[in-house]
Design a protein around this ligand. Structure first.
Ligand SMILES: Cc1ncc(COP(=O)(O)O)c(C=O)c1O
Length: 368
């Protein structure tokens, strides 16, 4: 049903996030903390509601990708420790300190910047073990961590790395972990202790128990989606988001008639076509034109023709009785049919992560 006249919405079930977090917590055990990765607006689920739900499920840390995202959580009243996984620009430092964000450091410039603040800051030093994006080379990271530890204001809270391919390349992942653990040993040999070691994202924590260490950084699986659709890990995971819209028009297209821009869909025989109120400006990737599906009246039907900015069309020839106002499900379960974020990702030529993050602000989130 539409509420307040909405023609599209995403229902988010925070209790699913709480449940998924508690499954992750059970999996990793008492000694390993769970950091809930709620960057990118909680992978499209809403950062603050996702953070609260994950904390209720046993997460004790939160992760964001920028100072701005961290401040947003603080403004929402969230008091738990928050790590900025990304770069902190000099112009954002005082705001980051005021918000009591823990900050990632991976080079001398970053460390020098934090020292200028001359106030207490929690620091996580990032080691580059093969991702070659952010992170200091192992030896340099060890020295940075030693220097952080020696500073009277800075607190070395974490020493961490990030896997490049934990869902597909076990050998490379193990090599990354090996490099990381060697660096950690060097740090401990230098007399530095009392920090959290962390490496594992969702695929890492699921498939490499030895990589769970002191803390895991769980993103995608918090939201009930596995990194690889064929994986059956954590069978109880529950997807937390359902994306729906409505039928806005139903028409018969005669044989030879086309639908939408570019006349990509041409009816071979008379076709029943339903327009829906979601387009690429809502996050329905244009690549899913003629490839994706949506559920109407419990049947998964194909997208017909080119997805436009605000609308798309479905071929509902096989579904009797489709009428204006019928609810259409793009991600979720309805009437016994299910379409997952993976289904939409495959049709869109991308990954489930992107499909979820791409659902735009124009789609109101409704919290169950
Ligand atoms: C540094 C870092 N850690 C953890 C995660 C969480 O990854 P996942 O969603 O696979 O759990 C991300 C997400 O991209 C990340 O960038």
């Amino acid at each position: 049903m539409t509420q307040h006249g909405a023609t599209k919405w995403a229902d988010v079930d925070p209790s699913a996030i709480t449940h998924n977090t508690s499954l992750i917590k059970q999996l990793v055990g008492e000694k390993t903390a769970v950091m809930a990765v709620v960057k990118a607006d909680g992978y499209g689920h809403g950062a603050a509601p996702s953070a609260r739900a994950a904390i209720a499920g046993g997460a004790t840390w939160l992760a964001v990708s920028s100072v701005t995202e961290g401040i947003e959580l603080r403004k929402a009243g969230i008091v738990e420790p928050i790590l900025n996984l990304g770069y902190t620009p000099p112009s954002a430092l005082s705001a980051a300190i005021a918000a009591k964000l823990a900050l990632t450091v991976y080079d001398r410039e970053g460390l020098a910047l934090l020292k200028t603040a001359a106030t207490e800051i929690g620091v996580h030093v990032k080691v580059d073990t093969g991702m070659h994006r952010l992170g200091a080379a192992p030896q340099e990271a060890v020295q940075l961590a030693i220097d952080v530890d020696a500073d009277p204001n800075l607190r070395l809270q974490g020493f961490w790395t990030h896997f490049a391919d934990a869902d597909q390349d076990p050998a490379f992942t193990r090599e990354q972990l090996h490099v990381f653990l060697d660096a950690r040993s060097a740090l401990i040999r230098a007399g530095v202790t009392g920090f959290l070691s962390h490496a594992a994202n969702s695929p890492g924590l699921l498939r490499f128990p030895e990589a769970r260490l002191d803390l895991v950084r769980a993103g995608l699986i918090l939201y009930g989606v596995r990194p690889v659709r064929e994986w059956a890990d954590l069978p109880g995971l529950r997807p937390a988001l359902r994306w729906q819209t409505i039928v806005t028009n139903v028409l018969t297209v005669p044989a030879g008639g086309s639908v939408g821009y570019g006349r990509r869909f041409v009816a071979r025989e008379p076709a029943r076509v339903a327009a829906i109120a979601v387009g690429y400006a809502d996050g329905l990737h244009r690549h899913a034109s003629d490839r994706g599906r949506a559920i109407v009246r419990g049947v998964a039907v194909p997208i017909a023709g080119t997805i436009s900015m605000d609308q798309a069309a479905l071929d509902v020839s096989t579904v009797p009785g489709v009428t204006v106002g019928d609810v259409v499900t793009l991600i979720g379960e309805e009437g016994g049919a299910t379409l997952s974020a993976h289904d939409l990702a495959e049709a869109s030529g991308t990954i489930s992560y992107e499909v979820l993050c791409a659902i735009s602000n124009r789609v109101p989130r409704r919290y169950l």
